[in-house]
Write a protein that binds this ligand. Structure first.
Ligand code: FCA
Length: 326
């Protein structure tokens, strides 16, 4: 074979493989731990928007357990997905996620809940987008403290219900921020009442709050905070059952999705006073786009992105949502 012919063959081969690569459709997975929660619905909706704009396929799977999560990752690989975004049902499954992604040669990025290794240390080489949990928690506490003041309540007589889910680091940091802001405003430490929830949904928060109210009958006024809107809503519903309506109780959540909007649109204000609105657009659209770019150009996402929030109440909801581009 002459040199020219050999070069021609090589060029042809390269061209052919180039064509087959380009023809491979891009598919990105988006796995979330609680698909029924409005926050995750919103994340998916914004991820879909990125998929439409860039022309890739988004594969959405709910992963409420470790088993479902492992099956979903295998399923993604079988569908020839090239990368995925994940909010795992338990952050301690981090190494299992990392290994499965490696085995299938999939790019992986986490969202909302940062994955940890066996020793509980964040897995630094899985890029992550989360919320600035402690700062956002402080905004919750400040929002509560300001409204306590506006109502002329004395901090000394207010019970502070912490709906807790401490096995999740971001949840712990959020409620710690809220607590620190309330303490800085003058809340006595003895007024803090713990309500550990078994799961991160409204029902579990409701049950946890009920137990806490029963044990602490001395308080006639309450504030409630937790890791998200569902946690605070559970506490608010439990309070209502005990006669603590909006004039005796205040709750500020985190999220600002439909859970909060439903409360704000009730004709009568409830004790769900406000929420710190965070951005499902950034967490859904941007993470999906990040993984798409990683797959198509090789450019990895930033190792860590933390997003901020804005206090939103029944009063300023329209304005705040508009500012956030929602
Ligand atoms: C966690 C919570 C969600 C949402 C998200 C940003 O994953 O479970 O409700 O607050 O962080």
């Amino acid at each position: 074979m002459t040199i020219q012919r050999r070069a021609l063959c090589l060029a042809l081969l390269m061209g052919l493989s180039g064509i087959s690569l380009a023809a491979e459709p891009v598919k990105i997975g988006f796995l979330v731990k609680q698909a029924e929660e409005p926050w995750f619905q919103d994340e998916w909706r914004f991820a879909e928007q990125a998929a439409r704009e860039k022309g890739f396929t988004l594969v959405k799977i709910g992963i409420p357990s470790g088993e479902k999560m492992m099956a979903a990752i295998d399923n993604l690989a079988a569908q020839k997905v090239q990368g995925f975004v994940i909010c795992a049902p338990d952050v301690k499954l981090g190494m299992a996620v990392a290994r499965a992604a490696k085995r299938h040669q999939l790019k992986v990025m986490s969202v909302d809940d940062q994955l940890v290794d066996g020793a509980g240390k964040p897995i630094a080489d899985i890029p992550h987008m989360g919320i600035s949990a402690y700062e956002i928690g402080k905004q919750v506490g400040q929002g509560l403290a300001d409204e306590i003041k506006a109502r002329g309540w004395s901090l000394a007589e207010v019970g502070a219900l912490r709906v807790a889910y401490d096995q999740l680091p971001t949840a712990r940091e959020r409620t710690q921020g809220a607590l620190d802001a309330l303490k800085a405003a003058g809340l006595p430490l003895a007024n803090v009442v713990e309500a550990p929830q078994a799961k991160t949904d409204t029902e579990s928060a409701f049950n946890a709050a009920n137990i806490a109210f029963t044990k602490n009958a001395k308080f006639k006024r309450w504030v409630a905070f937790g890791m998200n809107d569902e946690a605070v809503l559970g506490a608010v519903r439990a309070g209502e059952g005990r006669g603590f309506k909006q004039d005796a109780m205040l709750g500020v959540g985190i999220g600002g999705s439909q859970t909060a909007l439903n409360e704000f649109s009730k004709p009568q204000a409830t004790a769900f006073f406000g929420t710190v609105l965070i951005s499902p657009r950034r967490h859904g659209y941007e993470t999906a786009l990040n993984v798409y770019e990683w797959v198509t150009t090789g450019k990895a996402p930033a190792a860590m992105t933390l997003t901020s929030g804005t206090l939103m109440t029944r009063k300023n909801q329209a304005e705040v949502r508009k500012q956030m581009g929602l």
